[in-house]
Design a protein around this ligand. Structure first.
Ligand SMILES: Nc1ncnc2c1ncn2[C@@H]1O[C@H](COP(=O)(O)OP(=O)(O)OP(=O)(O)O)[C@@H](O)[C@H]1O
Length: 944
C-alpha cells in the first residue's frame, strides 16, 4: 500500500530485533561507528527535526548483523529523544532512544546492504492527517477491539501476578485503564502502543501491524491478534495449572508416603526393641502375598526378593486376597464381609491410613481356617481316628511322655474315644450323603437301588434322626466338622506336675496342632475377645490369634492358668469372655470384636489348667470337668527323673546318654534336699545343672586327653558329688526337725499353688482376762474355727482334766490367762476350717501340759459338739506330710475314701492314718490312748 501524502528523505536506521511503533518509545544500542553521523542529526545544524526512519528487518533475530538484514518496506519515522555516545576509549555502542511519530513507507527498496558507517538517506512517504471519513473507526469495531485488548491485558496481568509480578515490568492495569478510556478515534493509536509493549506477539504479526496503514484495518487486525493471543495465554495457563495441580498432588503423595515410611520404620524398631511381633499377622502377610490357589508360588518357596519387598505388589496382593475370598463358602458371612472390605480396599488410595487398616483386617480374616469350598473330604486327623488302634496308640503316646498320672490319662482316653466315635459317625453320614447324592444325580428312578446299597453298608445305622442329619450335612458349612461338644477338661494341680505337657501330648496323640494361651494376669476382656476395629492398632484377641496361627479348625488349645484370670473391672470381664469360648453351645458362633464375624470353635479341643479352684468363678467352673493332679511322691519323682527328665536334659545340653548316670539315691537326695515341691520343675532344673556340670567335665577331659594328661571322666553322679555340683542343700534337713513342746501341734495345709505341706500351730498363754488372740494373716473362717475349738475345750475342760470343777473356766481358774495362737508364715494369707482339730489339740496341750509327738500331723474341721468333719485336699496334704517326714496323720473319718483312692499305696504303707469321728478320737491319737478318761467323756456328751 502506498501513502499518497507527504514525501521526504530520511536517514534509515536498520532495526535488527526491534520495531518502533508510532506513539511508542524504544531505547536501542547502535554501533559506535554511527556516532558521528547520529550526533550530526541530533545537533540539527540545518534546522531539520532529529528524525530517522526506523525500519525493521524482515528476517529479525537477536544475532542478526545489520549488513545481513533484509529490510521491511514499512517502518516508523522516529524522533531521537536521547543519544548517548560512548567515551572515545570505550568499546561500547551508542545508546539511542527513539519516539515513534508516524508510519513511513520506503519509496524504493534500499539499493545496497545498509552501511555501518552512516545512515543512508532514503525517500519515504508518510501520512500525518488524523483518520476521518472512510478512515473513521466504527464504534462496534472499537468495542470489539477494547474487549479483546482488555481480555489480553487481564490475562497478562494474571500471568504476571502468578509469576510474582517480576517478569515484564509493564503496568498492565494502567494500560487496561488507557484502553477502557479510549474512544473509537484513539483506538488505532492505542493499538500501536499495545503492539509496541506486548512483546509476546510474534514478529511477523507486529510487522504486519506496522505495515497496515488504514486505522480501521489496523483495529481489526489488532482485535483478532489480541483475541488470538488471549486464547493462547488462557489455554497455556489452564495447562500450567493442571500440571501444577498434578505436580502438587504428586508432591503431596510423595511427602505422605515418606512420612508413612518413617512411621512404619519407627513402629518396627519399637516392636523389635520390645520383642513383640507385628500387630498384623507378621510374616504371615508375606505369606499372604505369595500366590495361592492355582498359584505357582507357595509359602516359603516364593521369590526371595518379594520377601523383603516392603511396598509389595498391590495388584498381586489383591489377587491373592480375592483368591482366598473365592475359596470361602458362597453366601457365608465371612465371605460377604471379606468381599465388602475387599471392594472398599480397592477404592481407597494405597498408602492411606484407612487402606492399611483394611488390609490388615483382610489379612486376618482370610487367614482364619474358615470352612472352604474345595476342602478335601478326608483329613489327616480323621484318617488317624479311623485307625482301629487309635486309642491304644494314643495311650502309648501319653505313657511315652508321662510317668504315672493314670487317672488323668484314663480320662483323656475317654475323651478321645468320644471324639473318635463322633468323627466316625460324621464320616459315615458324609459317605451316605455322597452315595445318595450320586444316585440322585445318576437317575432318580434308581433311588431304591441306592437305598438298598445303603442298607448293605458295613455299618447300618439305626439312628432315627439320620434324615435330618443327612439334610444338615448337605449344607457345606456344616460338613467336615468333628464336633467335640462335651465338658471342657480342667486340670488342677500344683506347679510342675505335668498339666501343660500332658495336654500337648494329647494333641500329639490326636495329630492336631497344639497352642497354649497363657491367661495369667489377663485383666482386659479385649485380650481374649479382641478390640473393635474403631480402636487404633486394634487386633483380634487370643482365641482368634491362636486359630490364625494353627491354620486348622480343630487344634488343641490349652487355656493355661485359668485361675489367674482377672475379674470384672472397667476393662470388662475376661472370665465371662472365656465363658463364651468354653461353652459348647455358644462357641459354635464365637464373635471376636475385631473380626466381627461368628467363628466356629466347635471343633477345637479346649483344655484348661489351674493351680487352685478357689479363684475360678462358679459359672466357669460349671462348664469344666475338674481333674486333679496332686504332685508326686519321692518314688515317682525318682522314676520321672530317670525316665523323662534326665534324657530331656541330656539332649538339651548335648551330653551323650552314656556319659551321665545319676544314682537313685542322688535323685532322692536332690528331690528332698534341693527341692521341696509337689511337681518336678525344680527337680528338672537341678538335673539340668548336673548335666551342664558334667558336660563341662566331659569336654575338659577330652581336651586333657588330647594334651596327653590323664584326667579321668566319671559318668556316675552319686549323693556325695551333689554338694560340689549343686552347692549347699537349699533345705537343711535339720530345719525339718520339728519340736515337741507344750501348745505346739502340726496341722496339714494346701498352699495357693495346690501344694500340700505341714504347718505348725503355736500357742502360748499369758496372764490376762480370758481372751483368745489369733494371729498369722487369718481369714474369717479359720478365726471362727479357732473360737469353736476353744469353746469346745472350755466346755470339756473338766472331762479332760483341765479344771477341777465342771463350772470352772480354764482361762480364769486357777489364774486368769489369755491364749495367743499363731500360725507361722504370717505374710501368707490362710483361711478354711480344716485347722479345727489342730486347734483343739494345741489348746489341750497348752492347758494340760501334755505334748503331741512331732511326727504327728492332723487335719479336720470340728463342730461345737465335737464332731470331726471332712476337709479337702487330702492327697496333697498327705503327700506334703510324707515329704516332711510325718509318720502319723490324723484325718476325719469321712476322708478315708480319699486316702484309699488317691494316695499311692507305697505312701499308705509308709504312714499311719488315724481316722477320727469325734474330737476325742483325735485327742487319743495325738496324746496317746487313755490320756483322757472315756467315762467322763460319756457324761459330758450326755449333758450336751
Ligand atoms: N508325670 C510326668 N512324667 C514326665 N515328665 C513330667 C511329668 N510331670 C511333669 N513332667 C515334666 O515336668 C515339667 C513341668 O511340667 P509342666 O510344665 O507340664 O507343669 P505344669 O503342671 O503345667 O505347671 P504350671 O502349673 O506351673 O504350668 C515338664 O518338663 C514335664 O514334661
Amino acid at each position: 500500500m502506498a501513502l499518497d501524502t507527504t514525501s521526504s528523505a530520511l536517514p534509515v536506521l536498520v532495526l535488527t530485533n526491534d520495531i518502533v511503533f508510532p506513539a511508542s518509545q524504544l531505547t536501542i544500542s547502535v554501533p559506535r561507528s554511527l556516532a558521528p553521523f547520529l550526533s550530526r542529526i541530533v545537533k540539527n545544524e540545518e534546522g531539520k527535526p532529529a528524525l530517522v526512519a526506523a525500519v525493521p528487518a524482515v528476517n529479525s533475530s537477536p544475532i542478526l548483523q545489520i549488513q545481513d538484514a533484509k529490510l521491511s518496506e514499512w517502518g516508523c519515522a522516529a524522533r531521537i529523544v536521547r543519544f548517548v555516545r560512548p567515551t572515545p576509549l570505550s568499546p561500547n555502542s551508542c545508546i539511542l532512544t527513539l519516539a515513534g511519530v508516524t508510519r513511513i513507507q520506503l519509496e524504493t527498496p534500499l539499493p545496497s546492504p545498509p552501511s555501518l558507517l552512516k545512515l543512508p538517506l532514503h525517500p519515504v512517504q508518510y501520512d500525518i492527517t488524523p483518520a476521518k471519513g472512510s478512515h473513521a473507526i466504527d464504534e462496534h469495531a472499537a468495542e470489539a477491539f477494547r474487549t479483546s485488548a482488555i481480555r489480553l491485558l487481564d490475562r497478562l496481568n494474571a500471568d504476571n501476578k502468578s509469576k510474582g509480578g517480576q517478569t515484564t515490568g509493564v503496568d498492565w492495569r494502567r494500560l487496561r485503564s488507557i484502553v477502557e478510556d479510549s474512544d473509537a478515534e484513539r483506538t488505532p493509536w492505542v493499538a500501536d502502543i499495545l503492539m509496541a509493549v506486548i512483546s509476546l506477539i510474534p514478529w511477523e504479526d507486529r510487522l504486519q501491524m506496522l505495515s497496515t496503514q488504514a486505522p480501521s484495518a489496523r483495529i481489526h487486525l489488532a482485535t483478532s491478534l489480541f483475541a488470538k493471543h488471549a486464547s493462547i495465554i488462557e489455554v497455556s495457563q489452564k495447562i500450567n495449572t493442571a500440571v501444577d495441580e498434578s505436580l502438587s498432588k504428586q508432591q503431596k503423595e510423595f511427602y505422605l508416603r515418606q512420612q508413612l515410611q518413617a512411621i512404619q520404620k519407627e513402629l518396627a524398631n519399637l516392636n523389635r526393641s520390645k520383642g513383640v511381633k507385628s500387630i498384623s499377622p507378621g510374616g504371615d502377610i508375606d505369606r499372604a502375598r505369595t500366590k495361592t490357589g492355582n498359584g505357582s508360588n507357595t509359602s516359603g518357596q516364593g521369590d526371595a526378593s518379594n520377601e523383603f519387598d516392603e511396598e509389595g505388589d498391590e495388584a498381586e496382593y489383591l489377587a491373592d486376597i480375592r483368591a482366598k475370598l473365592e475359596a470361602m463358602i458362597p453366601g457365608s458371612e465371612e465371605r460377604k464381609t471379606g468381599v465388602k472390605e475387599y471392594r472398599r480396599l480397592k477404592r481407597i488410595p494405597a498408602g492411606s491410613m484407612e487402606h492399611g487398616v483394611i488390609r490388615t483386617y483382610l489379612d486376618w480374616l482370610t487367614q482364619l481356617p474358615w470352612p472352604r469350598i474345595n476342602e478335601e473330604l478326608t483329613d489327616q486327623s480323621l484318617k488317624l481316628m479311623q485307625d482301629p488302634s487309635f486309642l491304644s496308640k494314643a495311650r502309648e503316646q501319653l505313657d511315652a511322655d508321662h510317668f504315672g498320672l493314670d487317672t488323668i490319662k484314663r480320662r483323656l482316653i475317654e475323651h478321645l474315644a468320644v471324639i473318635r466315635l463322633k468323627a466316625l459317625n460324621q464320616a459315615e453320614i458324609e459317605r451316605r450323603v455322597s452315595i445318595s447324592a450320586d444316585a440322585h444325580n445318576e437317575a432318580p428312578a434308581k433311588s431304591t437301588e441306592a437305598l438298598s446299597l445303603n442298607s448293605v453298608s458295613n455299618t447300618p445305622s439305626t439312628d432315627s434322626t439320620l434324615p435330618e442329619k443327612l439334610e444338615e450335612t448337605k449344607n457345606p458349612q456344616k460338613r467336615r466338622q468333628i464336633r467335640t461338644k462335651g465338658p471342657i477338661l480342667l486340670l488342677v494341680g500344683p506347679p510342675g506336675c505335668g498339666k501343660t505337657s500332658i495336654a500337648s501330648s494329647l494333641a500329639k496323640a490326636l495329630g492336631r496342632p497344639f497352642h497354649r494361651i497363657s491367661l495369667g494376669g489377663v485383666r482386659d476382656e479385649a485380650e481374649i475377645r479382641g478390640h473393635r476395629r474403631t480402636y487404633v492398632a486394634s487386633g483380634p484377641g487370643a482365641i482368634i490369634t491362636a486359630m490364625s496361627k494353627v491354620q486348622r479348625p480343630d487344634p488343641v488349645i490349652l487355656l493355661d492358668e485359668i485361675d489367674k484370670v482377672g475379674h470384672a473391672s472397667y476393662q470388662g470381664d475376661p472370665a465371662s469372655a472365656l465363658l463364651e469360648v468354653l461353652d459348647p453351645e455358644q462357641n459354635v458362633a464365637f464373635k471376636d470384636h475385631y473380626i466381627n464375624v461368628p467363628f466356629d470353635l466347635g471343633q477345637v479341643i479346649f483344655i484348661a489348667t489351674a493351680n487352685t479352684l478357689d479363684t475360678i468363678s462358679e459359672p466357669l467352673l460349671d462348664r469344666c470337668e475338674v481333674i486333679r493332679l496332686s504332685g508326686y511322691t519321692y518314688d515317682e519323682k525318682v522314676h520321672i527323673a530317670q525316665r523323662f527328665l534326665l534324657p530331656k536334659q541330656l539332649e538339651a545340653n548335648g551330653l551323650p546318654i552314656e556319659r551321665l548316670t545319676i544314682t537313685d539315691d542322688a535323685y532322692l537326695h536332690i528331690a528332698s534336699y534341693y527341692t521341696r515341691e509337689a511337681g518336678v520343675r525344680s527337680l528338672e532344673r537341678a538335673i539340668g545343672s548336673v548335666a551342664r556340670w558334667k558336660a563341662v567335665e566331659w569336654s575338659n577331659s577330652g581336651d586333657s586327653e588330647r594334651k596327653g594328661d590323664r584326667v579321668k571322666y566319671h559318668s556316675v553322679v552319686d549323693v556325695d558329688d551333689l554338694e560340689s555340683i549343686l552347692g549347699v542343700p537349699r533345705w537343711d534337713p535339720k530345719e525339718r526337725e520339728r519340736e515337741e513342746r507344750k501348745g505346739l501341734v502340726y496341722g496339714l495345709v494346701v498352699s495357693g499353688h495346690g501344694e500340700g505341706g505341714v504347718l505348725p500351730v503355736e500357742s502360748v498363754m499369758t496372764s490376762g482376762t480370758g481372751k483368745l488372740r489369733l494371729t498369722g494373716s487369718l481369714g474369717d473362717v479359720i478365726r471362727e474355727s479357732g473360737e469353736i475349738a476353744l469353746s469346745w475345750v472350755k466346755a470339756n475342760a473338766y472331762t479332760l482334766g483341765i479344771t477341777i470343777s465342771p463350772s470352772d473356766d480354764p482361762l480364769k481358774h486357777p489364774h486368769p490367762i489369755d491364749i495367743h495362737l499363731h500360725l507361722p508364715s504370717g505374710a501368707v494369707k490362710k483361711d478354711g476350717p480344716s485347722a479345727g482339730v489342730a486347734y483343739v489339740c494345741a489348746f489341750v496341750s497348752l492347758l494340760t501340759g501334755l505334748t503331741v509327738p512331732k511326727y504327728i500331723a492332723m487335719t479336720g474341721e470340728t463342730t461345737l459338739r465335737g464332731r470331726v468333719t471332712a476337709v479337702g485336699g487330702i492327697k496333697e496334704k498327705v503327700l506334703g506330710a510324707h515329704r516332711e517326714g510325718i509318720k502319723k496323720v490324723i484325718l476325719p473319718r469321712s476322708n478315708r475314701k480319699d486316702v484309699e483312692h488317691d494316695v499311692p499305696a507305697e505312701i499308705i504303707k509308709q504312714m499311719e492314718f488315724v481316722y477320727a469321728t469325734r474330737v476325742e478320737d483325735a485327742l487319743d491319737a495325738a496324746f496317746g490312748p487313755g490320756a483322757f478318761h472315756s467315762g467322763q467323756r460319756m457324761q459330758v456328751e450326755s449333758r450336751l
